[in-house]
Write a protein that binds this ligand. Structure first.
Ligand SMILES: Nc1nc2c(c(=O)[nH]1)N[C@H]1C(S)=C(S)[C@@H](COP(=O)(O)O)O[C@H]1N2
Ligand SMILES: [Mo]
Length: 317
């Protein structure tokens, strides 16, 4: 890893919003003591100030679509532990404490235990990966994640031949997470993948975005990113990983089984019972942007379609 002269994938492929943003922030910093600092920029500045730079290398599989801005990615979120409004996580997660952090590993594996966050990322090379991000609510973004393949981590826990699924759990801490004081979902948030999905090289354990540590509202200190699935599979602020024999229940499936399935693969041909999944609105495009057609498996069909060979995707939504 060379810290100098690294070219990040989005710097090649985009107009470099990121650099412009940094220059803007630097300029904003000069005037922040004065009366010109608009509250929104001041908030964004403080939100960014507490995230550190990460050493990364370019990863494979990046899309060449233009990444969304730092503002889009960090102020338009779903993280119900911090409220159900899109700006609630940004507003309510700033004080969330994510160090020290540990993850309990259990179930069908030879190396269960309690692993510290630093031990978890320690041996892994962090990669920049620009992925399409598609919410079931029919909006999308392009996000330059920083992470490492989840499979590389799971292999370290030596799953045995009974490990057919992996279950993940978010922190339960209603003191810090005001959303958990209401029964919007059954807490803690839980998610699951088949072992093949979990081991697929596209599946990331993300620890950052835009070359920086994950902001709290995006799921600090680590969250899943499965780019061919709806966003709700990308569970945030993970504290437990369990290898299971049977398909685990997941939060959204338990809340509304007719609407949200275990697989949750992006599929323009299978609608949500209350709205279409055929098109998506790209966040940040402005008010008059046309919706764009949604791609099968969010555009990752060449990589992942084989995982579902023979499976009825209408039944297994
Ligand atoms: N623990 C937890 N993880 C979660 C959620 C949540 O409410 N709680 N929301 C999910 C949904 S619906 C989406 S679309 C993505 C949003 O990720 P982002 O805010 O980083 O874009 O996070 C997912 N992970
Ligand atoms: Mo979502």
């Amino acid at each position: 890893m060379k810290p100098t002269n690294r070219i990040r994938s989005w710097e090649i492929t985009s107009e470099s919003n990121y650099k412009n943003r940094r220059e803007f922030l630097r300029d904003a910093g000069l005037i922040i003591g004065g009366s010109l600092a608009a509250s929104a920029s001041a908030l964004t500045l403080s939100a960014q100030a507490n995230v550190r730079d990460l050493e990364t290398v370019p990863g494979p599989y990046s899309t060449d679509e233009k990444p969304n801005s730092w503002e889009d990615i960090t102020t338009y979120n779903n993280f119900y532990e911090f409220g159900t409004g899109k700006e609630d996580p940004y507003r309510n997660a700033q004080e969330f404490v994510t160090r020290p952090w540990s993850v309990k590993v259990s179930g069908e594996c030879d190396k269960p235990g309690e692993y510290d966050f630093e031990d978890i990322i320690g041996p892994h090379t962090l990669e920049d990966r620009v992925y399409r991000h598609r919410c079931v609510e029919a909006w999308s973004m392009v996000v330059p994640w920083v992470g490492f393949p989840l499979g590389n981590l799971l292999k370290r826990f030596a799953p045995n031949s009974n490990a057919k699924y992996v279950r993940f759990k978010t922190l339960y801490d209603p003191k810090q997470m005001p959303g958990q004081r209401r029964a919007v979902l059954r807490w803690p948030y839980v998610e699951g993948l088949t072992i093949a999905e979990a081991m697929h090289p596209l599946t990331l354990m993300a620890v950052g975005v835009y070359g920086k540590e994950l902001p709290n509202q995006n799921g600090a200190p680590m969250r899943l990113v499965i780019p061919w699935k709806y966003g709700f599979k990308g569970i945030k602020s993970i504290v437990e990983i369990e290898f299971t024999k049977r398909q685990p229940g997941t939060s959204w499936e338990m809340a509304a089984p007719r609407e949200y399935g275990f697989y949750a693969n992006v599929n323009p041909e299978v609608d949500h019972p209350r709205w279409s999944q055929a098109r998506e609105r790209r966040i940040g495009g402005g008010l008059f942007t046309q919706k764009q057609p949604t791609l099968m498996f969010n555009g990752y069909a060449d990589e992942v379609a084989e995982l579902y060979a023979g499976l009825n995707l209408r039944k297994n939504y």
